[in-house]
Write a protein that binds this ligand. Structure first.
Ligand code: NAD
Length: 213
């Protein structure tokens, strides 16, 4: 696909990490898993079922480079029982401390997989592969992970920075309009709260005014 990816470095000293953004960012996921395999490190992919249904080819590529666990779409997935399912999946495949976990989906999968990575064997490396606009601009960056409890949202969690983030703009092509607009709303909010230049750029986007997004 045309266009080049860009790399944004998140500067956090020892915990700094790159965000690769663009049409070919998904290639980076496969390249990373192959690189890890050469280092004798195995890859586990936690993948949103709704996303997988629209990206069958990418799903097959993931299955060729690691073990895949599909989880149902939706907020209910951020639960203790699904977290336990991830642990069972990891132990069932004999994943040890050297393995790496990839969160492939929106904020739901990113949050629960990040928390699984933060807690499995007291912490393993993980990568974010956000597939919704909201998860690309917000939840995949910053290291906040967690799940919900019956008493409320995000009540259990941990901070863990990913080793890298791969934001493939190609994934946005299959995103339902409503889900895409949640991400746009987050970008507008960010502009309103503290980035006048961003807000001005958004105001000058014809599509936003015409209601095309
Ligand atoms: N950790 C953080 O800093 C942070 C910040 C903001 C929000 N969040 C969390 O993020 C979650 C919401 O995330 P979200 O808005 O990404 O929603 P989501 O993860 O629930 O995904 C929304 C829907 O989009 C579908 N989908 C995902 N990618 C797709 C694709 N490329 N093509 C087609 N369908 C696709 C999914 O199957 C799902 O039905 C909430 O749980 C919220 O608490 C976390």
């Amino acid at each position: 696909m045309a266009g080049r990816d860009m790399i944004v470095e998140v500067d956090l000293g020892r915990r700094c990490y790159p965000i690769r953004i663009g049409p070919n960012a998904a290639d980076g996921v496969l390249e990373t898993a192959r690189y890890l395999a050469r280092e004798n490190r195995r890859s586990a992919f936690i993948v949103d079922k709704g996303f997988a249904a629209t990206q069958a080819e990418f799903l097959q590529s993931l299955q060729a480079v690691g073990q895949v666990l599909l989880l149902p779409a939706g907020e209910k997935t951020k639960s203790l029982s699904r977290l336990s399912e991830i642990y069972d999946f990891l132990t069932g495949h004999n994943f040890d401390r050297s393995c790496c976990l990839f969160a492939v989906g929106g904020g739901v999968i990113g949050d629960i997989s990040g928390f699984a990575a933060a807690s499995y064997m007291r912490g393993i490396d993980y990568y974010q592969v956000p597939t919704t606009l909201l998860s690309m601009v917000d939840s995949s960056v910053g290291g906040k992970t967690g799940i919900n409890l019956p008493a409320g949202k995000n009540l259990v969690g941990a901070f863990l920075q990913p080793k890298a983030v791969f934001s493939s703009t190609r994934f946005l092509e299959t995103l339902p309009r409503r889900v895409f607009n949640c991400g746009i709303a987050e970008i507008i909010k960010h502009g309103l709260l503290g980035d006048a230049h961003l807000f001005e750029r958004l105001e000058n986007l014809d599509n936003l005014h015409a209601g095309h997004v």
